[in-house]
Design a protein around this ligand. Structure first.
Ligand code: SIN
Length: 332
């Protein structure tokens, strides 16, 4: 299948749109499932570029179909479905792998990374790259890390001091560390699929959430919250993942070509994730929503409120891995 596609300039960021066509007989069909917006979002844009390149460069050998916005599977279902052979690729948030490995929980530790450059530096280290193989015994293989951005808290009342969160109900991704963070704030955590968050915030089923600027803007979370607090307390990042059975069963030449295209798309799109996040922050602001910044003293209060979470998970994650991640300096 050849993709029908075109690219448009979007405030300095390339947005690719692509219409799906039927795969041709004999082509290896690669279904890529994800849960975010298709356009103006780091993961959506990366998946579209991957689809475009696979369908043009591997035409006759492979054919990719991207299913955005939980149209094929939501993040609760996609990994079991992958193990059953019902989808070939996905890029869940790193907070969604805890049933398969404890190591990736590392990325949920609060205030571990100073910025996305530190995340990139750690992921490119030997310790970071080894994490891609941390679920091989479970039948899953990580191929590449994709970036989104730092996470920001929001709620239906102003969050300035950590004590402002006490008594509120926050939606979280299904992660024991994210649960412990919310409890450390004296609040209640409700795990919920991404596709249900807007409705829960709007109806008051939950009071608040934490997510990246790109996720907040593209899901309109900010429109049903009393401002967003620029807490930068965690990261929202992805692992492009596949099943070892499917990957190992590919024709070796096709596998190499696909891996090379994925690597190039990763380098190209990860560079844009930060820019897209900044653009989406501006759009939140342009919608008239208050963005609350933390001064050094208030930030220190959030760091200290969430610090006890580290000790709870040190043994599960491993001190060596935590030390390796902490050593990444980023753009300091
Ligand atoms: C995603 O960005 O893929 C979803 C993150 C979330 O569930 O909050």
């Amino acid at each position: 299948m050849r993709a029908i596609s075109y690219t448009v300039a979007l405030a300095g960021v390339l947005a690719t749109t692509s219409a799906m066509a039927q795969c041709d007989p004999g082509e290896e069909v690669i279904r890529f499932s994800h849960v975010t917006a298709e356009q103006g979002h780091p993961k959506g844009e990366a998946a579209l570029l991957l689809q475009e390149r696979v369908n043009n460069e591997l035409d006759g050998r492979a054919c990719m179909e991207v299913y955005p916005s939980s149209t094929l599977f939501n993040d609760d279902d996609v990994l079991p479905a992958m193990l059953r052979g019902e989808v070939e690729m996905a890029a869940p948030s790193l907070s969604k792998f805890s049933s398969y490995t404890q190591s990736l929980q590392l990325f949920d530790l609060p205030f571990l990374f100073e910025d996305m450059l530190a995340v990139e530096e750690f992921q490119n280290s030997d310790a970071g790259q080894a994490l891609k193989e941390s679920m091989v015994d479970e039948g899953l293989l990580g191929l590449e890390f994709w970036h989104n951005g730092m996470k920001q808290f929001s709620a239906n009342r102003p969050l300035i001091q950590p004590s402002d969160a006490a008594g509120l109900r926050f939606r979280i991704q299904p992660s024991a560390i994210l649960n412990a963070q919310i409890e450390a704030l004296g609040a209640t955590a409700t795990p919920m699929p991404f596709s249900e968050v807007y409705a829960a915030l709007e109806s008051g089923g939950v009071d608040g959430q934490a997510n990246s600027w790109s996720n907040i803007y593209t899901q309109s979370f900010h429109t049903v919250q009393d401002g967003v607090t620029e807490s930068n307390h965690g990261i929202l990042d992805y692992l492009v993942v596949t099943s070892t059975t499917w990957w190992d069963g590919l024709d070796p030449e096709l596998r190499d070509d696909l891996a090379q295209i994925l690597l190039e798309v990763t380098h190209e799109r990860n560079r844009f994730a930060f820019e897209l996040g900044e653009l989406n922050k501006i759009r939140v602001r342009q919608d008239g929503v208050r963005i609350r910044r933390l001064d050094a003293e208030t930030r220190a209060a959030w760091v200290s409120a969430l610090a006890p979470v580290w000790a709870q998970f040190e043994d599960e994650i491993g001190l060596d891995l935590i030390n390796a991640a902490e050593a990444a300096e980023g753009g300091l």
